[in-house]
Design a protein around this ligand. Structure first.
Ligand code: AR6
Length: 167
């Protein structure tokens, strides 16, 4: 089942929370900052040990003080206008996150809108890729949640979800 909701992803009670990280796994602002603040220093230590994650790839850590069991840190592309493989890289970030969670036999997962904040990916196009990829993996999970930070973002996801379901 795919669920769209507005909220703060750090509060979700799912097995796996996905983080929109940077390739140095150094933490930062946005959802990455919020997840590390809520999870605590052990997760940052684990990220530092891993050290790197290429754009479009994903790595998994413990979830520290979060309700979740694991965090998947994935790195979405910076938006440079669309001609630097941004759509493929964003799709790959979603896919690799799903695959890591599935390999760990986790059945519930929550995503933020990867790349659509500081990295500047257009929100509608980002939501379309998120939802299309979710539909591909829907059978492998009990629940796939897309956590939208604002009411405006939720509306975008709802509109795109309706269109993608209809096709
Ligand atoms: N819960 C859910 N969504 C959130 C939350 C939250 N607590 N906080 C922000 N968002 P961004 P990016 C939304 O900028 O574009 C970091 O510095 C936000 O409104 O967090 O992938 C990393 O270290 C937006 O819709 O991630 C990287 O350097 C979405 O999360 C860089 O930012 C993603 O925005 C990654 O940039």
């Amino acid at each position: 089942m795919i669920i769209l909701k507005q909220g703060d992803i750090t509060e979700e009670d799912v097995a796996v929370i996905v983080n929109a990280a940077n390739s140095g796994l150094r933490g930062g602002g946005g959802v990455d900052g919020a997840i590390h603040r809520a999870a605590g220093p052990a997760v940052m230590e684990e990220c530092q040990k891993i050290g790197h994650c290429a754009t479009g790839e994903a790595v998994m850590t413990q979830a520290g003080n979060l309700k979740a069991k694991k965090i998947v840190h994935t790195v979405g592309p910076v938006w440079y206008g669309g001609n630097r493989h941004e759509p493929e890289l964003l799709r790959s970030a979603y896919r690799n996150s799903f695959i890591l969670a599935r390999n760990g036999c986790f059945r519930t997962i929550a995503f933020p809108a990867i790349s659509t904040g500081i990295y500047g990916y257009p929100k509608k196009e980002g939501a379309r890729i998120a939802i299309k990829t979710g539909i591909e993996f829907e059978r492998d999970f009990e629940e796939i949640r897309y956590i939208c930070f604002s009411a405006e973002d939720l509306k975008i996801y709802q509109d795109i979800f309706k269109k993608e379901r209809a096709t």
